[in-house]
Design a protein around this ligand. Sequence first.
Ligand SMILES: C[S@@+](CC[C@H](N)C(=O)[O-])C[C@H]1O[C@@H](n2cnc3c(N)ncnc32)[C@H](O)[C@@H]1O
Length: 200
Amino acid sequence: MPQTFWDERFSEEGFVYGTEPNAFLVEQAGCLAPAARVLVPGDGEGRNGVWLAGRGFNVLSVDASAVGIGKAKRLAAERGVDIATEVADLATWKWPVAAFDGVVAVFLHLPPAIRPIVHHCIVAALKPGGIVILEAFRPEQLVYGTGGPKDPAMLYEPRQLMSDFAGTEPLLLEETLIDLDEGKFHSGRAATVRLVARKR
Ligand SMILES: C[S@@+](CC[C@H](N)C(=O)[O-])C[C@H]1O[C@@H](n2cnc3c(N)ncnc32)[C@H](O)[C@@H]1O
């Protein structure tokens, strides 16, 4: 359970990944239907869920860190938007089935024993036609050291995502080298994998 690590990290003053949304999410949010019901697993301090709520989406943010979710609620209140929240370990959470029009998973890095299970749950949680938007660091990120887990097993490759997200049709699956500017722990040249997929 990663809760202690994340509670400590989010106990810092300010927002460690900033209060602005992930750039790939901003680029791809148009794939989500207007007013869609969107699940944001691993939303941390809430920058992505709060931004989505501000765009009119019906958001549920779920994260293992109570400290992160507390900050997400405060950010939502400051911005004058509503988000539903839950503090839960996604590995044991009672995942709703066919309940969401979209799922947004940004830098949600899980160990190999859990990753495929949680990704299958994401697919099951989507309604048919629902969209998943995901960005994560890939193994080459270890060269750059500008964010993300240091354990290579926690980094994602396109072939793993193809297998994890069976039952969806990929609309975009790419490896990127980008200049990340998303808070002090995600800053500089970075190697990521990006996925947008539609549930069949
Ligand atoms: C790198 S942070 C990213 C936070 C947020 N998505 C963002 O981009 O600002 C990873 C987040 O995933 C959450 N997380 C990791 N493993 C989790 C698990 N098993 N269950 C729930 N949340 C988890 C952490 O608590 C943390 O908030």
